[in-house]
Design a protein around this ligand. Sequence first.
Ligand code: PLP
Length: 396
Amino acid sequence: MADTMKENLSKELTALKQQGLFKEERVLTTPQNASVKTEKNGEVLNFCSNNYLGLSNNPDIIEAAKKAMDRFGFGLSSVRFICGTQSLHKTLEQKVSEFLGTEDTILYSSAFDANGGVFEPLLTTEDIIISDELNHASIIDGIRLTKTNKEKYQHSDMASLEKILKNHTDKRYRLIVTDGVFSMDGDIADLTNICRLAEEYHALVMVDDSHATGYIGETGRGTPEYCGVQGRIDILSTTFGKALGGASGGCISGRKEIVAMLRQKSRPYLFSNTLSPAVAGGTLKALEILTASPDLRKLVMHNADLFKKAMIKNGFDIVKGDTAIVPVMLYDEKRAVAMSSRFLDEGIYVIGFTYPVVPKGKARIRVQLSAAHTEKDVQTLISAFTRIGKELKVIA
Ligand SMILES: Cc1ncc(COP(=O)(O)O)c(C=O)c1O
């Protein structure tokens, strides 16, 4: 390694550690679940995974993944268009479309890849992408890969969005893009008004429903269902790596002409290996389970509700929302770091988020509830918050 780079990287890594920005990875020795064992801290109650429906260690999904491997092999050693498409992939695309109520679906190795590959084939310098300022990194990167025009609107601010739409009526296509659920605040995009403005200004709408698919909306169809705009979203991206079993993989689902063009031109689809049979088979089972068991989504929302009500009653400042992501606001960076490490001492795994992941002065502990948690788990968390909150003078 070139000496200058080695030296510079070592200095930068040391600086990250000194600023408290170095990300340590805790090593788990068990499957993902309501509680997990870690190499350093033993068994901990886990409130920081995206395992919303508690399906990450579901025995039926594991069995379905094994069966898919027995029948279809370990891997395809090919991209889709050469010799990497099995009947299993077509079935998963069809089932995802049926579930989301869309015309067609295209699979990717991740939602990050889906968002990375969706814009460039569809938009040129004649067009504009109008993106919520708090959209996920993968949307930001996907937009960067295009030569199209781009503008950001203020977070969930419809006046800001409308102003940009008004200024760009000369463009061939206007594409509004938003996360369905914003992962740092747990708030839901105002899709009712986004769709209204899109129709008024002849724009297209894309929603990234990675933190919603499977558990938001009356039957878990996500934020379009929650906002009553199903059928009015042109492009929906989502992940199989959160509520739908949590393995990996993602997709773009939506208008059939859009999906057909992505199959021809989307670079992460054309030049990256196909989804493994075990992941495709397991994800199909996850869809089957959550469609047949509405209780799972009721359970995660019940747990979230229980936690939010108790936290408000006990004097904490939480960001209110209708999802299983609950940010407990501390504002003070040091206090957020101290609090999350005190939780770990008590056998509870929650993460403190500080700048630059969240804006300066908006430090918080982000709690994520799951259908895998029992009421007792949630009560344990509430008691720990109250005890540690008093100790650190977060509440009186
Ligand atoms: C909103 C959003 N989009 C996309 C992704 C990426 O998903 P995947 O893990 O499938 O790449 C994430 C994951 O954190 C996300 O939160």
